[in-house]
Design a protein around this ligand. Structure first.
Ligand SMILES: *Cc1c(COP(=O)(O)O)cnc(C)c1O
Length: 397
């Protein structure tokens, strides 16, 4: 826990957009983080679904150190081997064709929006196309990504957004259909809603939207920034549904700690963006794309997806037991190692109590505890987490 003195020192120079937990972390090892007093915390937050392999992973660190010694940045005016390799790996893993690397998830969403608008513009030369996005969605905080984020509270003070965005209810096929017009150029949603409360897309919803998009030549854009990269037990969550999107966004665990995102396009939109249409100084530099390459290699060599499927079933079982045991715990749901515990009361006090007891968990909205641990956790880690959470629930009730 940090001293008030340190807290005041930090807050004096940081714009106050976050209410931070009163802890400063020093280093990590495996699935544990250590604060500046040397206290250990079991990490079921993973830097918000980023650190898929946990901390202090030799193979990953060595790859990055070697790349630092060679070359970190040259700009997108030139080729580098790590970027070409990372693009091939991401295209292959996603089943799509071409990649643009960004520095964040938000920028990946910006790129996806531009792909949709350019694709439609090339068809009819008009610029009043609409995008259908979902209520309770989260896509980022820049003006474009915010404009497709379905949380009116986040958008309110920053209007007007980019315009021509229509919101529909997630998992409500009829509502989405009713919002499609001749001007609709894209339908955009998270395959599993994250910030909105861990809601997986329903099979019929996703498959039907895929069909409609094909019929009407609308681009299906899936945001896999949180639910992709193995989080749900498949490399990308849409692979549970037997469909491919036309555009997919990735970030978070794509680099496992270095700032990198991507938007990836399938055949239909592979030539929508042309020279001059988009750019990024840092985007996909050799440092971050070395991380991307290493991450894909480690997914294979370490059998991560198998682990996610095995451990997540166990975690689900344990969370179900908490639903039965406590009246304040309403429900649990999720896919793979992206799970929610929905409560009848605000979760803030439970999350704070867990921190005091050496467990990091995070919320999704006011009433939902979100579990997005490293993908390499074991059943023993689940037992340890449930043990602490159980105590928190008992003590506060
Ligand atoms: C985190 C997140 C984003 C934004 O990514 P940043 O890297 O924070 O810009 C967008 N969409 C989803 C689903 C996310 O979880």
């Amino acid at each position: 826990m940090v001293t008030n003195e340190f807290k005041n020192y930090a807050e004096a120079a940081i714009i106050h957009t976050y209410n931070r937990f009163p802890v400063a972390f020093d280093h990590g090892d495996g699935v544990y983080l250590y604060d500046t007093d040397g206290r250990r915390y079991l990490d079921f937050a993973a830097g918000i679904a980023v650190n898929a392999f946990g901390y202090n992973v030799e193979e990953y660190k060595d790859a990055l150190k070697a790349q630092i010694d060679k070359l970190m940045h040259v700009s997108n005016l030139y080729y580098t081997e790590p970027m070409a390799k990372a693009a091939h790996k991401l295209a292959e893993a996603s089943g799509l064709k071409r990649v643009f690397f960004t520095n964040s998830g938000t920028e990946a969403i910006e790129g996806a929006i531009k792909v949709a608008r350019k694709y439609a513009f090339k068809k009819d030369g008009t610029t009043d196309h609409e995008i259908i996005a979902m209520e309770h969605s989260f896509h980022g905080r820049s003006m474009g990504a915010l404009s497709v984020t379905g949380n009116a509270h986040y958008r309110e003070a920053f209007q007007p957004g980019i315009g021509n965005i229509v919101f529909a209810e997630y998992n409500n096929l009829e509502d989405v259909k009713s919002k499609i017009t001749d001007k609709t150029c894209a339908i955009l949603f998270e395959t599993v809603q994250g910030e909105g409360g861990i809601y997986p897309g329903e099979k019929e919803f996703i498959q039907e939207i895929r069909k409609i998009c094909d019929e009407k030549d609308i681009l299906l854009i899936l945001d896999e920034i949180q639910c992709g990269m193995g989080r749900t037990g498949k490399m990308f969550a849409y692979q549970h549904y037997g469909i491919l999107p036309d555009v997919m966004t990735s970030a978070k665990a794509l680099g496992c700690g270095v700032p990198v995102g991507a938007f990836v396009v399938g055949e239909k939109a592979e030539n929508a963006l042309e020279p001059g249409d988009h750019g990024s100084t840092y985007g996909g530099n050799p440092f971050v794309t070395t991380a991307v390459c290493k991450v894909f290699e480690m997914f294979e060599s370490r059998g991560v997806l198998e682990n996610v499927n095995e451990v997540s079933a166990y975690l689900d079982e344990k969370l179900q037991a908490l639903v039965k045991k406590y009246d304040v715990v309403k429900a649990t749901r999720g896919l793979g190692l992206m799970r929610a515990l929905e409560m009848n009361v605000p979760v803030g006090p439970y999350v704070n109590k867990a921190l005091e007891k050496g467990l990091l968990i995070i919320s999704a909205g006011t009433h939902i505890i979100r579990f997005v641990p490293p993908l390499v956790i074991t059943k023993d880690n689940v037992d340890e987490m449930i043990g602490i959470l159980d105590k928190c629930l008992g003590e506060i009730e």
